[in-house]
Design a protein around this ligand. Structure first.
Ligand code: NAD
Length: 426
């Protein structure tokens, strides 16, 4: 277990240090709410950070040791919750920051969780299925005494998927000696996964867009949108927005970008992506520079790919009225201030993409009850949670004349501080 002391800077945090950014955002919201200094003092570091070595027998017979992490930020509202990231450049600072953002995200949605996050330094694209399975099982053996349905519940994240969650759940269950589906979410449906989980992030994001549009007086049936990142989240958002009458005029993926002023038909684009592997081969539009997707004159911009894509360098050129952050961390600290000054409304990631963790919560609840809901029930409950979280965030931002991002932090920290007070921590 490691606890690292960090300096909290009063000036803008370095754009590439996510841990400093997370600390700074929490500190700012604590000050705006005039919370007891102890709230930030407790939240500025994760409660526990575990670093583990995972020896894995590779296909060539050699043993290779991988480094893994698990960060548990706080359990003030309940067990920790957050994904496991497999990536060659994942590091402890990033995992700590991500666990802090999970605390805020869960609290904004009113979920009974604190934030957690895990990671393993590896390149899954260069590993066989067998090697990946042994790594997943090794990671769980290393952190088994640290996690559990009432302690810390992992889930998929970058480069981890439902199959990996199945191996991890199986390994944890073997250690316990009985089946423990609630130890991990994002599982396949056959092993206790929830209906509606695959589309949950997109569905939740679109609920927040509808709520924001209503307050902005934006008629969605006459609105245009562009989507950066036509993957799981981005493509489902395209589908759902089209059903509301929104014209999606530009989309991109790692292969490139396409544009059509009359709107891009979802079904035709889906067929193109299935057959060619990228939206860039779509015949119903013209190729554009992928950077342009962010700066087109549209009503709604949806970054749904990577971190740090809206920066101080391009924020001034963004023309959308509404930005819905389906991706995690697409807007840098400086860019966020520029958008706020320009009057562009940003639905922050901790709210806009929280549909995923919300349905993960529903999966955990169903696992604990051993009783499973139909998709309609899941979607109805998701809609209720997203709308309530949006309203609370919006009201907080109006009351304090701050951005929706700061409003969401304030909703989350208000709830966390109340729990700390009741527990006698302050
Ligand atoms: P995904 O891998 O299915 O899709 C990502 C897409 O982004 C792919 O189409 C990829 O080609 C594209 N992309 C990569 N580099 C790009 C670039 N430079 N320009 C344009 N497009 C690029 O991933 P996803 O699950 O859709 O997640 C997307 C984002 O949403 C991530 O930031 C993720 O953290 C966030 N998110 C996803 C979920 C979820 O449940 N899927 C939940 C919360 C947050």
């Amino acid at each position: 277990m490691a606890t690292m002391l960090q300096t909290v800077h009063n000036h803008a945090p370095s754009e590439d240090n996510p841990f400093q950014i997370a600390q700074q955002q929490i500190k700012k919201a604590c000050s705006a709410l005039k919370l007891e200094p102890a709230v930030f003092e407790i939240l500025k570091e994760p409660a526990q950070v575990l670093s583990v070595s995972i020896p894995v027998k590779m296909d060539d017979g050699k043993v290779k040791t991988f480094t893994g992490f698990r960060s548990q930020h706080t359990n003030v509202l309940g067990p920790c919750k957050g994904g496991i990231r497999f990536h060659p450049r994942v590091n402890m600072e990033e995992i700590k920051a991500l666990s802090m953002w999970m605390t805020i995200k869960c609290s904004v949605l009113g979920l009974p969780y604190g934030g957690g996050k895990g990671g393993v330094i590896c390149n899954p694209k260069e590993m066989s299925l067998g090697e990946l399975e042994r790594l997943c099982r090794g990671y769980i053996r290393a952190v088994a005494s640290f996690i559990g349905p009432d302690r810390d519940i992992p889930a998929p994240d970058v480069y981890t998927n439902a199959q990996m969650m199945a191996w991890m759940m199986d390994e944890y269950s073997k250690i316990q000696g009985y089946n423990v589906p609630a130890v991990i979410t994002g599982k396949p449906i056959a092993l206790g996964g929830s209906l509606g989980r695959a589309e949950a992030t997109a569905t939740g994001c679109v609920h927040t867009i509808v709520e924001a549009a209503g307050r902005l007086g934006l008629d969605l049936s006459a609105a245009t949108a562009s989507i950066q990142g036509w993957g799981n989240a981005g493509s489902n958002i395209h589908y759902l927005l089209s059903r509301l009458g929104v014209k999606v005029v530009a989309v991109s993926d790692s292969g490139g970008a396409v544009y059509n002023a009359d709107g891009i038909d979802y079904n035709s684009l889906y067929m193109c992506k299935q057959t060619t592997g990228s939206v860039v081969h779509f015949q119903g539009g013209k190729k554009i520079d992928p950077e342009e997707v962010l700066t087109l004159p549209v009503d709604i911009l949806i970054p749904a790919a990577l971190e740090n894509v809206i920066t101080a360098a391009n924020a001034g050129q963004i023309k959308a009225r509404l930005v819905a952050e389906a991706a995690n961390g697409p807007t840098t600290y400086e860019a966020d201030e520029i958008l706020h000054e320009k009057g562009i409304v940003v639905i922050p990631d901790i709210l806009a993409n929280a549909g995923g963790v919300t349905v993960s919560y529903f999966e955990w609840v169903q696992n604990m009850m051993h009783y499973y809901w139909p998709a309609e029930e899941v979607n109805q409950k998701l809609q209720g949670k997203m709308i309530q979280a949006f309203r609370e965030t919006y009201d907080m931002s109006r009351k304090h004349r701050v951005s929706l991002r700061m409003g969401a932090y304030m909703v989350a920290l208000d709830r966390i501080a109340a729990a700390m007070r009741l527990r006698g921590w302050l």
